[in-house]
Design a protein around this ligand. Structure first.
Ligand code: NAD
Length: 288
């Protein structure tokens, strides 16, 4: 079994970006990401802090706008419109989840797609589905980079994705299709999941259920990408896959933590730098 090291690749990518950012600065371009945080959710604050540390390392300036938990949709929209027209801001990130009274899809729609460094705007989602260049969501992009780094070719392979969220399951399915994988997407309503997971050459799990995938559900030699971030009964961070049970049956496996998580942040940094260079949204069709 080969352990897929997300920390190592994320560090390599951030190091390259750090050099790129210092060159951009010499040419008068100062990449800037502004994060909007609504409310005081503990986990969100932690994620925002991780992003801030990565920005500091890479040399991206980080703006922070904090709104109270009772902020209205209109207030948030006004803030986004202001950032859209602020030329010093290249990336806008709205930390999710938003409080329940705010319609997240309405809000995402307001962001200038060129500054949408999460890749959640419908224009970027559309470009991803038809194989045009656009901003790619960070977690799925990070997964594809890990597969590439470890020379795992998905062309023609049975790739099974568990989870169909807009953030992970759907975009990773699209990216795998781009690379001509045969993709099966499972979710909470899927019947007899283990019958499907046993066919997987590559298994990508993003559900938020610790220990969902066990050794009896996989075939020998499978590549396992565990996206889940959960807490186990000992309050330790763990994924959706029973790592200890599956590791010796898999050919490659990502650990949690240290697998997909660090890549998500590295890809966010990459999206910010691309946005600052104006490279992200040419819209050319590149994939069939
Ligand atoms: P989500 O709640 O939006 O979606 C979960 C998906 O899993 C749904 O499509 C649901 O149908 C499916 N699902 C739930 N239980 C299932 C079950 N028992 N069997 C089959 N399918 C099931 O979640 P999300 O935002 O996609 O996140 C999923 C997990 O990935 C979470 O643990 C989250 O913390 C983690 N995550 C990690 C990163 C990272 O950087 N590593 C990024 C985003 C999300």
């Amino acid at each position: 079994m080969i352990l897929i090291d997300g920390n190592e690749l994320a560090d390599e990518i951030k190091e390259k970006l750090r050099i790129e950012v210092s060159e951009l600065k010499q040419n008068g371009i100062h990449p800037k990401l502004t994060v909007i945080l609504v409310g005081d959710d503990f986990a969100s604050k932690k994620y925002v802090n991780n992003k801030k540390m990565a920005c500091e390392y890479v040399g991206i300036e980080q703006g922070m706008i904090e709104l109270g938990v009772n902020a209205t949709e209109e207030e948030l929209i006004m803030v986004i419109r202001k950032l859209n027209s602020d030329e010093s801001v290249h990336g806008i990130l709205i930390q999710l989840p938003l409080p329940k009274h705010i319609d997240v899809y309405k809000i995402i729609n307001i962001i200038n797609p060129n500054k949408d460094v999460d890749g959640f705007h419908p224009e970027n989602v559309g470009k991803l589905s038809i194989g045009c260049e656009g901003v790619i969501p960070c977690t799925p992009n990070g997964i594809m980079k890990l597969l590439e780094k470890y020379d795992i070719d998905v062309r023609g392979k049975n790739c099974v994705v568990i989870g169909k969220s807009d953030i992970v399951g759907k975009p990773i399915s699209m990216l795998l299709l781009r690379e001509s994988a045969t993709v099966t997407v499972c979710h909470i309503e899927t019947r007899d999941i283990s019958n499907i997971t046993k066919q997987a050459d590559v298994l990508i799990v993003a559900t938020g259920n610790p220990g969902l995938i066990t050794a009896d559900m996989i075939k020998p030699g499978v590549v396992i990408i565990d996206v889940g971030i959960n807490r186990n009964e000992y309050d330790e961070v763990c994924g959706d896959v029973d790592f200890e049970g599956c590791k010796n049956k898999a050919s490659y496996i990502t650990p949690v933590p240290g697998g997909v998580g660090p890549m998500t942040i590295a890809m966010l940094m990459e999206n910010c730098v691309k946005a600052a260079r104006g490279l992200e949204n040419k819209g050319e069709k590149k994939y069939v």
